[in-house]
Design a protein around this ligand. Structure first.
Ligand code: ISE
Length: 323
C-alpha cells in the first residue's frame, strides 16, 4: 500500500480483513509515523521508499496524493507489478498519457484504475436498467462533498471530484464525449477568491445525450451523490444510496454521511475483491489506464471551459490494447 491517508488506510484494512486472497505485507507513506501505525495494526512492514515497496510486493495499491499517481504507476509498470491506482490517473493530460505509453510499451495491461463507482450496486443496477427505458436523452448528476477535501480550487473540483461523473457517465452510456461547457454562478461564502463552487458541467456525447453535473464541494450539510437518467420511454433514478428511512418524532428522513466512505463502502469492497481475483488470474479489473486518460482529458477541457467557454473533447484513437 503506497499512501496511508484516508483511502489508503481504508483499503489496507479492507484488504487485510475483508478481502479474500490478499495480504498487506508492505506499506509506505512519506509520513513514516503514519505508515508505522498502520503497519503495526495490520502486521505489515514499513518500506523506506515506494521503489522498495514495489520491488518487495506481488501487487501494489497506489493511494498517494493525486500528483504522485502517474510517477508511481510508471514505477509499478516498469517493475511489471499488477497495480490498482486510485483515481485520478493523473491531474494533467501529459502525465496520464505517460502512464498509457508505459503500458503500451509493456504490451499488456497491468493497471486497474480506482473508479470505484463502476462497482457500486446503485450504478450497476442503473446501467443494467437503461435499455428498459429506451434511448437515454439526459443524465442529471449531483456530486456534493460536505467540505472541499483537499482545499477548494475549481480545477481540483473537476480533476479530483467531478472526474468520477466524467468516468461513470461514459461507462453508463457506453458513449464518448463530444463537448463540455462549465457554467459558474455566485460562489458560496467559503469559496476562495477567484475559485468557483458550485459549478454546472454540461457535456454532450457523440450519440447526442446531454450529461449535466452539479459539482459542489463545500455543501456543508453532508455527502451526497445522485444520478437520474431521463430516456425516451421513462426515467431511472438511482436515489442516493441504500439508507434506512427513519420515521420518528413527527419527522421522516435518513442520515447523510460526512464522507464518501460512508456512501461507497460497498463499492470499494467489491472493487478490491474484483481486483484481487483478477490479479490471481493475470487480468485487470474495472477501469483501465485508457479510461483514466480519457477522464483526465475531459476534466482538463472542463477546466479550460471556465475561462474559455465550450470546448470540444479531443481524444486520440483508442489503442488496440484497450479495445
Ligand atoms: C475523493 O477523492 C473521492 O474520490 C470522492 O469520491 C469524491 O467525492 C471526493 O470529492 C474526492 O475528493
Amino acid at each position: 500500500m503506497i499512501g496511508t491517508g484516508n483511502i489508503g488506510t481504508a483499503h489496507a484494512r479492507s484488504l487485510a480483513r475483508e478481502i479474500s486472497g490478499a495480504e498487506v505485507s508492505w506499506v509506505f507513506d512519506a509520513d513514516s509515523a503514519r505508515a508505522s501505525a498502520l503497519a503495526d495494526e495490520l502486521g505489515a512492514h514499513v518500506a523506506p521508499s515506494a521503489e522498495q515497496l514495489i520491488a518487495s510486493s506481488d501487487a501494489v495499491v497506489i493511494a498517494s496524493p493525486d500528483a504522485m499517481h502517474a510517477e508511481q504507476a510508471i514505477l509499478c509498470l516498469d517493475a511489471q507489478r499488477p497495480t490498482l491506482c486510485e483515481k485520478p490517473l493523473a491531474p494533467t493530460v501529459g502525465e496520464a498519457q505517460r502512464v498509457v505509453d508505459a503500458e503500451l510499451d509493456l504490451g499488456r495491461r497491468l493497471l486497474s484504475l480506482g473508479f470505484m463507482r463502476r462497482f457500486d450496486p446503485g450504478y450497476v443496477d442503473l446501467k443494467a436498467a437503461i435499455p428498459s427505458v429506451g434511448t437515454p436523452l439526459i443524465v442529471h448528476n449531483v456530486h456534493r462533498n460536505t467540505f472541499a477535501p483537499y482545499g477548494l480550487t475549481s480545477a481540483g473540483t473537476l480533476t479530483n471530484s467531478a472526474i468520477h461523473e466524467l468516468d461513470i457517465n461514459r461507462w453508463l452510456l457506453d458513449d464518448e464525449y463530444a463537448s463540455v461547457q462549465v457554467i459558474v454562478g455566485r460562489p458560496g461564502p467559503d469559496t476562495p477568491e477567484g475559485e468557483f463552487d458550485p459549478m454546472l458541467v454540461i457535456l454532450t456525447t457523440e450519440r447526442g445525450t446531454l450529461v449535466e453535473i452539479e459539482a459542489f464541494v463545500n455543501a456543508q450539510y453532508g455527502y451526497e451523490v445522485r444520478c437520474e437518467v431521463v430516456a425516451s420511454g421513462g426515467t431511472l433514478d438511482m436515489g442516493d444510496g441504500s439508507f434506512i428511512t427513519r420515521r420518528a418524532d413527527r419527522a421522516v428522513g435518513h442520515d447523510v454521511p460526512e464522507l464518501w466512505l460512508g456512501r461507497f463502502g460497498e463499492a470499494y469492497r467489491r472493487e478490491l475483491q474484483a481486483w484481487v481475483d483478477a490479479t490471481h488470474r493475470g487480468k485487470t479489473s474495472g477501469a483501465t489506464a485508457w479510461d483514466g486518460l480519457v477522464a483526465t482529458i475531459t476534466a482538463n477541457a472542463a477546466v479550460r471551459s471556465i475561462t474559455e467557454g465550450p470546448q470540444a473533447i479531443d481524444v486520440p484513437a483508442r489503442p488496440a490494447l484497450y479495445a
